[in-house]
Structures are given as structure tokens and as C-alpha cells.
Ligand binder design. Sequence first.
Ligand code: SF4
Ligand code: ZN
Length: 299
Amino acid sequence: MTFIRYSGSHLCSDHFKAYVEKRVKREIRRQLRLSRGSKIACALSGGKDSSVAAYLLHQILGKRRDVELSAVTVDEGIAEYRPASLEHAERLSKQLGLEHRVITYKELVGWEMDAVVAADPETIPCSYCGVFRRKALNVLANLVDADYLATGLNLDDTVQSIMMNMGRADLDKLARMGPHESVQPGLVPRLQPLRTIPEKEVYLYALVEGIEFYDGTCPYAERAERNRYREVIHVLEKDAPGTRHSLLSTYEALKPLLVERYPPADLSPCEKCGDPTVNRVCKACQLVGQLARLSQAAQ
Ligand code: SF4
Ligand code: ZN
């Protein structure tokens, strides 16, 4: 029996599963605009969130003839962490019968994350990794000609991102958070089927449904700015259950105003790699340039 604090309900495992699935189906219906032959690439890291998202998308849309699902994985080059999770991603893709593609940071930008951290030891690794991952996922999604890129972002991740962008007063980014309703050329819109499901429920769903996943954490995760927001949101939710959902619905209500005030900027191809960017050179290429300068200075 599971107790859901924010709704005050006690659920047996069957009702718990149905409770999760109902909300995921609702989100998919709300976010997805299917046309004949729509392709959805599931960003599958092998962790619990992306594994549950891919599994549920397969359960809900797998039999439809007008939808084609595949899986894509980014290998950041973190020796302590990624090889084991990659195995899980491969196994689940096989189980679900999904074509699986992997791209490494090494082939994408010429740097593995372990080498990035060695070259710039003072940095918060996620500030590089987040930029490279966005690029990698977009490259992968375009490679498989996907109409949507589905991620495993859960409610906690979503609310953390909202609060982080507010904390930095990054209203442009706040307006541009997924799921995306309009499509920008060269950028694949995000689909976020788990965005209303709390992290603990995703974890429990994986256990109840017997979905295998990799339970390790990235060794660089503790340096992430996100952790401070995670702690604050945890305290708020503990004291007043339902706060995460309220923060999300406040954001949803404000989003149309934000989008109107901060419309998408015109994108042009990056001078170095050709990916769409608002600047002359995209953020990923700027970071690669920074790494080259750092390693030259160290020689
Ligand atoms: Fe990359 Fe940071 Fe995630 Fe580790 S925690 S995989 S460094 S974004
Ligand atoms: Zn570039």
C-alpha cells in the first residue's frame, strides 16, 4: 500500500500503477500533435526516469501504426558511471524492440567529460555537460528524423528547472522550457510524459512494474547547482504537500505571457558546426574553444 501525501490517498499496487498511467496518458494527449507517421525518439540514459518514460511511451503508443518509437543515448565519457547505465539502456531498447542509437561527446565535440573536468578542475561539470547534452540529443533526434524527443523529466526536475531559471532571472530560458508547442527549424521539440509525476512515484512505478534501471549517480552530480534547489523544494513539499504541483501550475498559467514577452529569437547556423544558434558561434563551440585554450595554457 502506498500513501500519496499530496492527495491524501492510500493506493494498492494496481491502483498506484493506474494512477501513474492515467496522468502520463493525459500529458501525452496534451503535448503530442500526431501526424501520419510521427517519429518519437526516446532519450534513454538507462536511469529510472528515462527507462520509465520509454517503457510507458511504448505501452501507450507502441501499437499505433502512425507512431514510430526509437531510443537514443548520449555517452558523456564518464568512466565511473556511463558504461553501466548504457548497458541498461541497450537491454531495455532490445526488450521493447526499439532501434537504439548512441552518440559520444568524444565524437560530437572531441572531449569526454572526464577530460573536461581534468582540463577545467574548478568548473561545475554540468555547465559543460548540459550544453553538450542538448547538442547531442538534438543531433541524434535529427539523425533519426524524429518529430519529438521524449525525455524522462519528472515533476521534481521540472520544478527545479523553473526555480533555477527564476533564481537566475533567466526569463528567456523560462519561456523556452519544454514541452514545446511551436517548432523551431533545426530544433526537435521535447515531449515530457512524466512532468507531473514526482520522482518517488517514478521510482516506485519502476519497482512495481519490474522495469530494470541503473541506480548509480554521476560522480560530478554533487557539484551541481540544481542540488540547492532540490533541497529547498524538498523542504517546501514536506511542510506543505502539493507545493510542487502548485509551482508547476503557476508556471503553466504564466507561460503564455512569458512566451509573448520573450518570443523565440531568430536562429542561424553556427559558424563552426552549423547547428542552429542565436549567436555567431553556438554555446557548445564556445565551450570547446575555452577547453582548447585551457589545455594550451597548461602545456
Ligand atoms: Fe553531466 Fe552533470 Fe548529469 Fe553528470 S550530473 S551527467 S556532469 S549533467
Ligand atoms: Zn557550434
